[in-house]
Design a protein around this ligand. Structure first.
Ligand code: UDP
Length: 454
């Protein structure tokens, strides 16, 4: 009989920014000899490419179109809870009489019902937060009644233990304007609803980056350290020469991007992406387009198919020589390319970590949710970029874009930013390498899993 290696089922929330880090985590476990299986919705299952990780479909009740079919957050979450609980249980049962029964469920913190499933089956449960420790800290305080909403603009800066002073414009949208999206805010707070039953709490960050922020969260959950701290280990694949992992909900135009980048001088290209969810207004797209054109730099811009209509008609033809527009790319491959000199990002947490881990200076153009807080850290705490300022209408004007690109690509400040970017790249590499802080944390987790399996 094959040896029981311990078996962890990981369950992502099925959006791109949540699947990616949990898949990287599963890959990391597999590289440590643990059997890992990703259980994801029917709609997203075919996007997974993971040679050494098992894949099992579960149901969110919208098997043909996922969230887009449900249309409403509250409806979707309810449906995923009832259908997901049943189908995840079936996955656990499927492995019951095999040589590798499931020992632990690592679930996206947006899906607290998965912890209940783990406990019903007598398994370990670990909550995996895909946002920063800073964000965990803020919402955890709200959950514990240590911070009440709405926050008062007069009380700024907000002083949260373990965090730098935060101004109103640094706070997540749902903290600034709790009524703006009640369903989303509820989802954020629900992450903590049964967390006292979790055996571990993981966060996609690393000690050197947010150690103090994470420790401050763990004080609110005595006996439950935030850790192992697990940066998505993008670099892990690079270290081991294994590039076969990933998930793409849209088809990436990889070859086209790389071929184009190969023709450009080192560190000359601005890569622009607003991730998988942000929708920019036509006015904002126009300002960005003007800014990129007038900067006269090479650019590679990801404009998702759903956003193409907002791109000004004049732009595509008049900038052909300088730029490439694609509907989706392999972001890690692009960020890693030597031609990339700057990343204009919406500051989603994955993009922030990816830019930071691959040493690319950034211009933050945050739009909503946690992105505002992430951009503060990019500019003021890690000093690896600048944050573009909006006008009173909430639009980043072309002059601001031009100015930010100058600061990052060529100005006096750019030298400091580039130096810091390299420093953080090295630090992230070290954290995931053998003996590094994250590697030790993962080993700790694997050890306790192995020593306790039946
Ligand atoms: N991404 C990608 N190709 C693209 C744009 C984005 O592979 O053209 C990936 C990116 O590497 C990141 C994820 O999509 O891992 C986006 O996550 P993030 O947290 O940055 O933003 P979200 O999409 O959740 O707003």
């Amino acid at each position: 009989m094959k040896e029981n290696t311990g078996h962890v089922v990981v369950v992502p929330y099925p959006s791109q920014g949540h699947i990616n880090p949990i898949l990287q985590f599963a890959k990391r476990l597999a590289s440590k000899g643990v059997k890992a299986t990703i259980a994801t919705t029917h709609y997203t299952v075919s996007s997974i490419c993971a040679p050494h990780v098992g894949v099992e479909p579960i149901s969110d009740g919208f098997d043909q179109g996922g969230f887009a079919e449900a249309k409403r957050e509250d409806l979707y979450i309810e449906s995923f809870k009832s259908n997901g609980s049943k189908t995840l249980s079936q996955v656990i049962k499927k492995y019951l009489d095999t040589s590798n029964p499931v020992s632990c469920i690592v679930y996206d913190s947006f899906l607290p019902w998965a912890l209940d499933v783990a406990k019903q089956h007598g398994l370990y449960g670990a909550s995996f937060f895909t946002n920063s420790a800073t964000i965990c800290n803020i919402f955890c305080r709200i959950h514990h009644g240590l911070l009440t909403l709405p926050v008062n603009i007069e009380d700024m800066p907000l002083l949260v233990p373990g965090l730098p002073p935060l101004n109103f414009h640094d706070l997540p949208t749902f903290v600034r304007f709790p009524q703006s999206n009640p369903a989303y805010l509820a989802m954020k707070l629900n992450q903590y609803s049964n967390l006292d039953k979790a055996d571990w709490i993981f966060d996609n960050t690393f000690e050197e980056l947010e150690g103090e922020e994470a420790r401050s969260v763990s004080q609110q959950w005595p006996g439950k350290l935030i850790g192992p701290m697990v940066p998505s280990a993008y670099l892990d694949g690079r270290i081991k020469g294994d590039k076969g992992y990933g998930s793409s909900l849209w088809k990436p135009l990889s070859e086209e991007c790389i071929e184009w980048l190969e023709t450009k001088p080192e560190k000359s290209v601005v890569y622009i992406s607003f991730g998988s969810m942000v929708s920019l207004t036509a006015e904002q797209m126009e300002e960005l387009a003007q800014g990129f054109k007038e900067s006269n730099l090479h650019f590679l811009w990801v404009v998702r198919a759903s956003q193409l209509d907002q791109l000004p008609k004049w732009f595509t033809d008049s900038t052909k020589e300088k730029g490439l527009i694609v509907s989706w790319c392999n972001q890690l491959e692009v960020l890693e390319h030597k031609a990339i000199g700057c990343f204009v990002t919406h500051c989603g947490w994955n993009s922030t970590l990816e830019g930071l881990s691959l040493g690319v200076p950034m211009v933050g153009v945050p739009q909503w949710a946690d992105q505002l807080t992430d951009s503060k850290y990019i500019e003021e705490i890690w000093e690896v970029g600048v944050r573009a300022k909006e006008d009173d209408k909430g639009i980043v004007r072309k002059e601001e874009i031009i100015n930010c690109l100058k600061q990052v690509m060529e100005g006096e400040r750019s030298q400091e930013i580039k130096k810091n970017a390299i420093k953080w790249k090295k630090s992230a590499e070290k954290a995931v390498s053998e003996g590094g802080s994250s590697d030790k944390n993962i080993n700790e987790f694997v050890k306790s899993l192995m020593s306790s399996k039946g």
